[in-house]
Ligand binder design. Structure first.
Ligand code: NAI
Length: 333
């Protein structure tokens, strides 16, 4: 199949080419650097499948434009699908494939890296030592053993994260509207989790129910000085409320791998430009905030698995009319 790959970075090309070769090169891949949008949809002309990533905008108008050009399938090379208008895709008869599980450990382990960096102030210590400042004042951390960790969303990533936290000797509390009894986790209502956790880590999908799940009211229910980590999707946290919480000391540490308005920032080298996002700029001023630019998934194991599953979805669609891992409109619920 001819596939137009949007938002291509050198690493996407490397792993998709490797996966295509491995499968006997059944697909013709056209790599496009621009993000998919109403303006760039035309670049997919001639392709039967379009491959997109987290910040490509597959809204109704874009999907209509793609469909009119002959595109018959949308292949997400990610797990989340909040950037796709699934109702419009269904109306157009455009199946949407995704990569449900490539390496939950990649994201879970990055979450742990953020927690430990914030806890032990590794980000600050590194800068200090490079400056010849070997003072410890301000770098005080806490033992993880015995601390309470709240896991919001115990799907693949949340479950992997909970396993690691148990290994640290933490008490793990979990909240999920669909608890998984097999995980043997201590499920509690969200309010109790927020009230008791020293560290709250978000691993639920972004949907209408989780949009701004962590708002001013939720932060008010948390332990004073809580560590809040979001490696899920930016808009699950109300960033303005988080900034307010950081200023008042209600939030003691904030780790973000995702950000509400990341589509204008992440995955690009903007180091030569003036930062226009004042809210993001404010976040960068806090010593107890650590931000990574949506890199939790970014391991070689995960990228190879993503490439394989993405192409397999398209191969499966070519032979059966449906991707192996199809996102259905019901998933919106
Ligand atoms: P999953 O589908 O396996 O698990 C999601 C879990 O969240 C499910 O158990 C579901 O019942 C639960 N959930 C749904 N609504 C909830 C709510 N209101 N409160 C609490 N839990 C709720 O998904 P997976 O693979 O664990 O991924 C989780 C999220 O992580 C994805 O939706 C995606 O947004 C994000 N992600 C981030 C990456 C990164 O690089 N930062 C990479 C991959 C995924």
């Amino acid at each position: 199949m001819h596939i137009a790959v949007f938002s291509t970075k050198p690493y996407d090309r490397h792993f998709l080419d490797a996966a295509n070769q491995e499968a006997g090169a059944p697909h013709q891949l056209t790599y496009l650097e621009p993000r998919l949008s109403r303006e760039t949809a035309v670049l997919a002309k001639g392709a039967q499948a379009v491959c997109v990533f987290v910040n490509d905008a597959a809204d109704a108008a874009v999907l209509e434009a793609l469909h009119a050009q002959g595109v018959r399938m949308l292949a997400l090379r990610c797990a989340g699908f909040n950037n796709v208008d699934l109702a419009a895709a269904r109306r157009l008869g455009l199946p949407v494939g995704r990569v449900p599980a490539y390496s939950p450990e990649a994201v879970a382990e990055h979450t742990v890296a953020m927690i430990m960096s914030l806890n032990r102030n590794i980000h600050r210590a590194h800068a200090r030592v490079r400056e010849g400042n070997f003072a410890l004042d301000g770098l005080l951390g806490f033992d993880m053993k015995g601390r309470t960790v709240g896991v919001v969303g115990t799907g693949r990533i949340g479950a992997a994260f909970a396993r690691i936290m148990r290994g640290f000797g933490c008490r793990v509390l979990a909240f999920d509207p669909m608890p998984d009894a097999e995980l043997g986790l201590d499920y509690v209502p969200l309010d109790r989790l927020l009230a008791e956790a020293d560290i709250v880590s978000l691993h639920c999908p972004l949907n209408p129910a989780t949009h701004h799940l962590i708002d001013e009211a939720a932060i008010a229910r948390m332990k004073r000085g809580v560590m809040l980590i979001n490696t899920s999707r930016g808009a699950i946290v109300d960033t303005r409320a988080a900034i307010k919480g950081l200023k008042s000391g209600a939030i003691g540490h904030l780790g973000l791998d995702v950000y509400e308005e990341e589509a204008d920032l992440f995955f690009e080298d903007l180091s030569g430009q003036v930062l226009q996002d004042d809210i993001f700029a404010r976040l960068l001023t806090f010593p107890n905030v650590l931000i990574t630019a949506h890199q939790a998934f970014f391991t070689e194991d995960a990228l190879m698995a993503i490439a394989r599953t993405t192409l397999d979805n398209i191969t499966c669609f070519a032979s059966t009319g449906a991707p192996r891992h199809e996102v259905s409109v019901e998933k919106l619920a």
